[in-house]
Design a protein around this ligand. Structure first.
Ligand SMILES: NC(=O)c1ccc[n+]([C@@H]2O[C@H](COP(=O)([O-])OP(=O)(O)OC[C@H]3O[C@@H](n4cnc5c(N)ncnc54)[C@H](O)[C@@H]3O)[C@@H](O)[C@H]2O)c1
Length: 381
């Protein structure tokens, strides 16, 4: 099948490469000209496992800056452009709107094509898009991904759940077949209205932020009770209850990165739009930040001699180049601002501008390999 992917950033490139491997002819577009040229040379700079290799091996994929070319030549078109957070916590979908405008302005027959929104949108956005494109005969579907940075390809291939929002059950059934091609395991597929699916996407991540915060809260109570040694045992016992489960129930850093904090706030913004307060979301968000403060106080309390701290990574997840809302970075900054020395393993994946900015702001930040230092307190990441 001819499939298009519009927006081949962190998520879109992984998805496009899996479609290629699934035997489809893939046309992918992005607005970054140099990036597109590099992709066509089969070169990519990424920390995502498997992407560079798959790109080199890909047979049926081409990259372009021309959205129109993708729209015209594909039966199914995925939209995976960025949707940054707006000031009120909702998603700014202006990049999606630009694609929708391209569809509206297309001067070729576009009826019967599937426009699959894979980026995170606000509840109600996809229905509005469907209403705008109804006269053109385009079927709009919402099909977000539940994946983690650092394992995007593996997570896409082994989804627990595939979520499809749409207006027409026959269209959704037909679309399921395309999705099956990228799966290694057999996921449970859930179909529902566009708006309900948008709510499920952010609602699910909101539950995860709550669960992570709950584990950290239990950990804090035990630590303050002098039971630091028992934190892992306690949480393992709680997670053993199958109604609760072990996943995301570990004590450690608060959540960060480009998805969980934003989805948590977006769910609260969505509740507000329908006249409801969602205090849980707000409290979890605040707790997450307070927890980093708690961690800073804890690590200071076990360091009366002011030894340097060592952290293997300060990105939000080790081995990624993502520093957005990183609680590891926030902890390092708490300690640095109190005058402590923080030694961080030099990492080629850290963008040069972030490294320089941190070095300019904190004179006691040191980039050094662990093997070159002999006296430190390790903060596990
Ligand atoms: N990365 C993830 O792990 C992840 C997980 C779940 C959901 N999402 C969602 O997927 C979407 C994309 O996320 P991402 O992390 O890949 O973002 P990204 O910023 O890495 O990639 C977005 C890409 O879209 C391109 N783009 C922007 N406007 C465009 C246009 N009009 N036409 C073509 N290309 C355009 C950008 O140049 C960029 O390459 C977001 O809505 C995000 O919330 C991402």
């Amino acid at each position: 099948m001819d499939i298009g992917v519009i927006g081949v950033g962190r998520l879109g490139i992984c998805f496009a490469l899996l479609l290629d491997a699934g035997g489809h002819r893939v046309r992918a577009s992005d607005i970054r000209t140099n990036y597109v040229a590099a992709l066509n040379r089969r070169e990519i700079v990424t920390t995502e496992p498997g992407v560079a290799e798959r790109l080199r091996e890909a047979k049926n994929i081409t990259f372009t800056t021309d959205t129109r070319e993708v729209l015209q030549n594909s039966s199914v078109v995925y939209v995976m452009v960025a949707t940054p957070s707006a000031a009120d916590g909702s998603y700014d979908i202006s990049a999606v709107e630009r694609v929708v405008q391209d569809v509206e302005e297309s001067d070729f027959d576009i009826s019967g094509k599937f426009l699959v929104i894979g980026c995170t949108t606000n509840p109600g956005d996809c229905q509005r898009i469907q209403d705008r494109l109804r006269d053109r005969g385009v079927h709009v579907l919402y099909n977000p991904e539940f994946i983690a940075q650092g394992s995007i390809i593996r997570d896409l291939q082994n989804a627990d759940m595939v979520l499809i929002g749409g207006e027409d059950s026959d269209v959704m059934d037909c679309y399921k077949l395309v999705y099956n091609d990228i799966q290694v395991t057999t996921p449970n597929v859930h179909t529902m209205s566009l708006t309900a699916a948008e709510m499920v996407k952010i609602g699910a991540n909101c539950f995860l932020t709550t669960k992570i915060s709950y584990a950290n809260m239990v950990g804090e109570v035990l630590i303050r009770s002098g039971l630091a040694e028992d934190v892992d045992k306690a949480l393992t016992a709680i997670g053993q209850d199958s109604r609760i489960g072990h996943k995301y129930l570990r004590y450690g850093f608060g959540y960060g990165g480009p998805c969980l904090p934003r989805d948590n706030r977006a769910f609260a913004a969505c509740a507000k739009k329908v006249g409801l307060d969602f205090p849980l979301g707000t409290i979890v968000d605040q707790f997450n930040r307070d927890h980093t403060q708690f961690l800073a106080e804890y690590f200071i309390s076990i360091n009366p001699n002011q030894r340097p701290y060592y952290m293997r990574a300060i990105s939000y997840k080790p081995d990624t180049d993502i520093y957005e809302e990183s609680q590891q970075l926030a902890l390092a900054e708490h300690l640095l601002s109190k005058g402590y020395t923080v030694i961080v393993e030099p990492c080629a994946k850290m963008p040069a501008e972030i490294r320089q900015d941190l070095k300019d702001r904190y004179k006691t930040l040191v980039f050094a390999e662990r093997k070159t230092i002999d006296d430190y307190i390790e903060i596990p990441v």
